[in-house]
Design a protein around this ligand. Structure first.
Ligand code: ADP
Ligand code: MG
Length: 238
């Protein structure tokens, strides 16, 4: 569970062609990183995978089913945003519980999952606090915890570390890697940071101006970049 097929996806906003035909296979349990410069279409592609945005043409299948035919709550997808998107008036516990409550998960089960996720993410001391009483790193861990409790088969991360300082970026990155090892879920992770891509990915997808330049394991891209753009972006020696 958690395999993904992106089939000739194109997306235009008005006259602007943002995605120009994206094809990609993601295997169950893979950690795939979309990397590329600002404005190349990474977030748009991720939102399309989440079913939050329509395609202009082409389609996205999750475990063989078109993503748009499944109601959002049943898609088995959880997304983590750069800006955390927490509810300021709710405690950490309530932020993590809300989505499960909305789909009718029994209270005992919610409590169990919140306890497990907070242990994994070292959030136990903060469960009764509100987001304003947390650091940026703690807020992002809450946002990740909120995704974890839903037990998705597919996690989508959109530049989750961009608002954190350098030390926290490293810590949070390691936590995400650890989460992937533990949960064995499929993860798609968007970044414009080469180091994040090289350290996290099983497979890197290099995007540029709405097209895929190359797909491969980090060291394959590093050693055999398909073109100058990939070499420049991944930092391969000339
Ligand atoms: P990235 O995440 O790689 O920085 P985006 O996917 O956010 O890039 O954006 C790709 C391009 O699509 C940009 O030129 C952006 O301005 C444009 N774009 C994104 N969303 C919209 C939208 N809702 N309406 C119009 N243009 C958009
Ligand atoms: Mg983006």
């Amino acid at each position: 569970m958690g395999s993904l097929t992106i089939d000739n996806v194109k997306k235009s906003f008005g006259k602007v062609d943002v995605l120009k035909g994206i094809d990609l296979e993601v295997k169950d349990g893979e950690f795939v990183v979309f990397v590329g410069p600002s404005g190349c279409g990474k977030s748009t592609l991720l939102r399309i995978v989440a079913g939050l945005e329509d395609t202009t043409s082409g389609r996205v299948m999750i475990d063989g089913a078109d993503v748009t035919v499944t109601p959002p709550a049943n898609r088995g997808i959880a997304m983590v945003f750069q800006t955390y998107a927490l509810y300021p008036h709710l405690t950490v516990r309530a932020n993590m519980s809300l989505g499960l409550k909305q789909i009718g998960t029994p209270a005992q089960e919610i409590e169990k999952r919140v306890a497990a996720a907070s242990a994994m993410l070292s959030l136990e001391p903060y469960l009764e606090r509100r987001p304003a009483e947390l650091s940026g790193g703690q807020r992002q861990r809450v946002a990740i915890g909120r995704a974890v409790v839903r037990e998705p088969k597919l996690f989508l991360f959109d530049e989750p570390l961009s608002n954190l300082d350098a030390a926290l970026r490293v810590n949070t990155r390691l936590e995400i890697a650890q989460l992937h090892r533990r949960l064995k879920a499929t993860m798609i992770y968007v970044t414009h940071d080469q180091v994040e891509a090289m350290t996290l990915a099983d497979k890197i997808v290099v995007l540029n101006a709405g097209r895929i330049e190359q797909v491969g394991a980090p060291m394959d891209l590093y050693n055999k970049p398909a073109n100058e753009f990939v070499a420049g972006f991944i930092g391969s020696p000339k």
